[in-house]
Design a protein. Sequence first.
Length: 376
Amino acid sequence: EAEEDASVAKAVAHVVAELDDTMREVEEEWSEVGELIERMLKSVAKKEIAFMLLSQIFPHSVEFYEDKMDYLYKCFKDSLDKDPMPVKLACVETSCNIFYCLEEIPEDSFNELLIKIIVCLNTCLEQRNEAGVTKIIDVLLMVADSDPAIFGTNFERLLLSCASIATCSFTFDNENVRHMALELVLEITDRVPAENVKGSPEVYFEIAIKSILYVMRLIPLDIDKEWARPVELPYYDCDPGDELEDNITFGREAVHRLLNFVELEPRLRVFGKILLEHFNSSDWRFQYVGLIAASQIARHISDPATLSTIATIALNSASLANPKVRCAALICLSQFAKDSSKSFHKEYHGKVMPVLAGALKDEIAPVSYTHLTLPT
């Protein structure tokens, strides 16, 4: 009911904004709605509605608010410091909508507010306020899409908060909120050079990659019936990994994107250490996720010697008892063959082909024929 009430309130606010826009076009002057919003912002009981109206009206009235921006920033800061959480969330949504509408986001004002928004986000997580976490991440994603570089100053704070969301121990009603938090980090690392981010990119890379792998490991502990049968998909109708779980599919692409963020040497050192920890674990989920994540590294490295350790582990894993691990090993080898140079094919052809021949006879591991069609 609360969500329905909020939707109705937003719809009404949108209608008011349209009427306000029409009135100003006719009268060519500041309307009564603007004055009403200013009065409502002085009352805690009315602030939430005032923010909602402002959020809808501002995109139509940017030029009318040019001389009032300092006043609005002060209202936002005061609200995020003092008001109840529902009002704070309305404030976060409105302030981010306003930043999104501006041609150039004022860096100092944004970063001052961003620190308070991150505190609000952390509070929502501590209180298990999933709707609040989702709303804040959603509007920050909108700002990041417009100007990701603006997050460079406070990237560490934001990363730690997003990592906490991705790796929290309790279950969300919508587990995709973990993906949203990591997507916000990736939206920034995709488009902002590491040298433009304040702090240590190598440390940030380690935090982010560990968070991604944590999400990837959130798969059932038991092997269900679907994994107890072989899967035979037409080679032309699928891509290696199409049948993997949502967390695995998301994580695999996230790993690929994040591997572009830091320089090669620290990337290999940090990622290699984390992968070995996964390979050496007795938990099959760590082995499985490690192999899937490792499959992306060949896209970023051309030296076959660098791939040799992981390739050897994948070859050995293809004969392990767990069918998911065997499947992941074949996916890893297939991706290596697809992404690496001919020198890799020459070196490993003789080692891989017997493994693939054995996989064709595997009656348990769900391996599609696509996984077995490596380049020659």
